[in-house]
Design a binder for this molecule. Sequence first.
Ligand SMILES: Nc1ncnc2c1ncn2[C@@H]1O[C@H](COP(=O)(O)OP(=O)(O)OP(=O)(O)O)[C@@H](O)[C@H]1O
Ligand SMILES: [Mg+2]
Length: 500
Amino acid sequence: MDKEVLLQMTDICKEFPGVKALDGVSLTVKRGTVHALMGENGAGKSTLMKCLFGIYNKDSGHIYLEGNEISFKNSKEALEHGVAMVHQELNQALKRSVMDNLWLGRYPRKGVMIDEHKMYEDTKKLFNDLGIDVDPRRIMSTMPVSQRQMLEIAKAVSYDAKVIVFDEPTSSLTEQEVEHLFEIINMLRDKGCGIIYISHKMAEILRISDEVTVMRDGTWIATEPAKELTTEKIIKLMVGRELNNQFPPKTNKAGEIALEVEHLSGQYSLLHDVSFNVRKGEIIGLAGLDGSGRTEVLENIFGIATRKSGTIRLDGRPVLNRNARESIKNGFALLTEERRATDIFGILDIRENTVISNLKNYRGKALPVMLDDKKMKKDTQWSIDAMHTKTPTQGTKIRSLSGGNQQKVILGRWLLTKPEVLLLDEPTRGIDVGAKYEIYQLIIDLANEGKVVIMVSSEMPELLGVCDRILVMSGGQLAGEVDARNTSQEEIMTLAAKYV
Ligand SMILES: Nc1ncnc2c1ncn2[C@@H]1O[C@H](COP(=O)(O)OP(=O)(O)OP(=O)(O)O)[C@@H](O)[C@H]1O
Ligand SMILES: [Mg+2]
């Protein structure tokens, strides 16, 4: 039997200055189903959802919830009518407690006072129902991004919504948390909710969704039952052509030893006695489970995590890398995993976001307080072109770019510091399939110029497709090393479990 229609959006149009973000898009979501929304970075997915949620005013089109036409003026109204959204960008009051964030704007009251006790008990109950183990009084800033993201999910559920939108909910979740989220989504589906799920992770989409709608350049392309789709079919619908190769040809050649890391141990992490060398022009992958110490290796090399012991040499010369500034000066760059939460300066424009880690390079020769505008423009343009960043101008505020395009700006920022050693933590997270290829190409080009690249990735095919050697971390230690051309996912998984 066909399921009943819960939400219908028809012919939605939305224009921003210089961008037609939505051009007659329609979407129908049925009760008790998960509907995936897919498309390249900047296709209009988040914008469509923001029109539903009342964050943006649509220019034209209609939205019906259970057959009644709706047009929410703001997110409060949407929530009151049973439409909730977990946003791509976290927007939380970090200095406040978990429960403050959860009930902000709808505190339970006792007379004129906030009923703290009820708020605590309600939070406890909600977390219990969802299997979340967090103290409601904990201050947000003390929690990792992944837990804060789980909290955002709990908040959406707490509104008892009929329609819940998840906009790239798993971008910072650990594998375990993803499983947990899927349990929650299945529970909501069984309750009869309509779920809209946005993600760039094919495997997730094929696993969790009932139907898939693909958008391209602000238009509707197709809606299909998930069971009739494959990764290849989805990619073709998304990019509008066959994408034969997911990875560019590997043309880089390893030269002499450039980076030597010896007996690296972390002060406040489990990282223990990690040693390895990397050659010029070599691309090294760091594999392992969540929490195995992959990110810690990068953070310790870059000096933003405290080292207990260990030495680092670049081209035979010892480098201390005691903090980020010193590391940048020594020719290192780190693209962090949590860049979406920590590295984007929302109120600044693309150009400012591009040059910000590298300002000394733009100081005028005669007058160092003056910045060389021409050079900043030229470099920013290089970054936009290299990464195919979709933006009207360099002067556009970064927060008005789509999530994936913001990420490209941050990657460009680090490439422009002209690092000798590029440390990349999940470089293609949140990036669409087509743009991934371009980023792989950039990584290989950098290796061709003799740079050292070390990348952490949870996507095994990516490590196998781009890297030369893969170091496998397990329980904070180096469990082994494999040749990327001559290994298997099984071999890597076995090593990853060595010290668990
Ligand atoms: N507030 C805004 N001001 C100006 N332009 C905007 C604004 N919000 C979105 N856009 C533009 O609308 C287009 C669609 O963006 P949207 O965020 O909907 O993409 P998306 O499909 O969610 O992409 P991603 O996968 O990267 O998150 C982009 O070109 C973006 O730059
Ligand atoms: Mg988006």
